[in-house]
Design a protein around this ligand. Structure first.
Ligand code: ZN
Length: 246
């Protein structure tokens, strides 16, 4: 039996245990890895992938992480795999990830933008809607809520990026829901996308009555100066924003 991976540390976010195992620090097979994000993080992209056979001493998310380390995931590199038990984080959040692609159709304005500018979550489900599916989806929603609270932005489906690549226009949710001849992802979550979004919202801090504390790092009379400084601050703190008092 293959030895399961040991995470560097385990943190808890919104009730989900996140096993931190960064490929940037664990790469014995020298797989290619995404580079550090250059622009803004604009949100979180949700995917579904199927359950695989696993041994009793591990979880689906660990198995997928190990498959990635062992060169069995092609060019897919995501920030998080999430199952009914926990999440495994594979990449630092200031890195891009490879998840929004459309085979043979990479494009600066579509799937590459998804790769460059969003945090990726692969939610591992079987599709029957059983207890494990419900829990995995719930864990993904909790994690997404935490990420949106921390870094801001919107929720995207994989379909969104394929639709952008294919020149479709519309609101974020119109493109999240628009069918695409190549992709239907997240296949188990997208049919009830509005319900999933509601679940994510229910786990946002603003909904749970938890206080939020902000730290100010500058004050400017000119909006332009504030924008310039924000660009600097965002390099280290992607969730930074401007609040105007007039
Ligand atoms: Zn996908």
């Amino acid at each position: 039996m293959a030895a399961i991976l040991i995470p560097d540390n385990v943190i808890s976010c919104n009730g989900v245990s996140i096993n931190c195992y960064m490929l940037t620090g664990h790469n014995p097979n020298k797989i290619s890895l995404p580079s550090v994000r250059k622009g803004d993080c604009i949100g979180v992209t949700i995917h579904n992938t199927n359950r695989v056979n696993i041994s009793a001493n591990t979880t689906q998310a660990e198995q997928y992480t190990r498959a990635t380390v062992n060169r069995n995931m092609g060019t897919v590199r995501v920030h998080f795999y999430v199952d009914d038990k926990c999440a495994w984080q594979n990449l630092p959040l200031n890195c891009q990830s490879w998840h929004a692609g459309q085979s043979g159709k990479a494009d600066k304005n579509g799937s590459e933008k998804g790769n460059e500018s969003t945090i990726s979550i692969e939610c591992i489900m079987g599709g029957s809607g059983d207890e494990k599916d419900i829990k995995a989806r719930d864990n993904a929603a909790r994690l997404a809520a935490h990420l949106l609270d921390s870094y801001g932005g919107e929720l995207y489906t994989h379909n969104y990026w394929c639709n952008v690549r294919n020149g479709r226009t519309g609101t974020v949710d119109e493109l999240n829901m628009l069918d695409d001849e190549y992709k239907n992802c997240p296949v188990f979550i997208r049919p009830k996308w509005a319900e999933f979004k509601g679940l994510v919202e229910s786990y946002r801090k603003s909904q749970t009555g938890q206080a939020r504390y902000f730290v100010q790092v500058g004050a400017f009379a000119d909006r332009e100066n504030a924008e310039n400084y924000l660009a600097e601050v965002k390099k280290d703190y992607p969730g930074a924003f401007i609040k105007a008092f007039e």
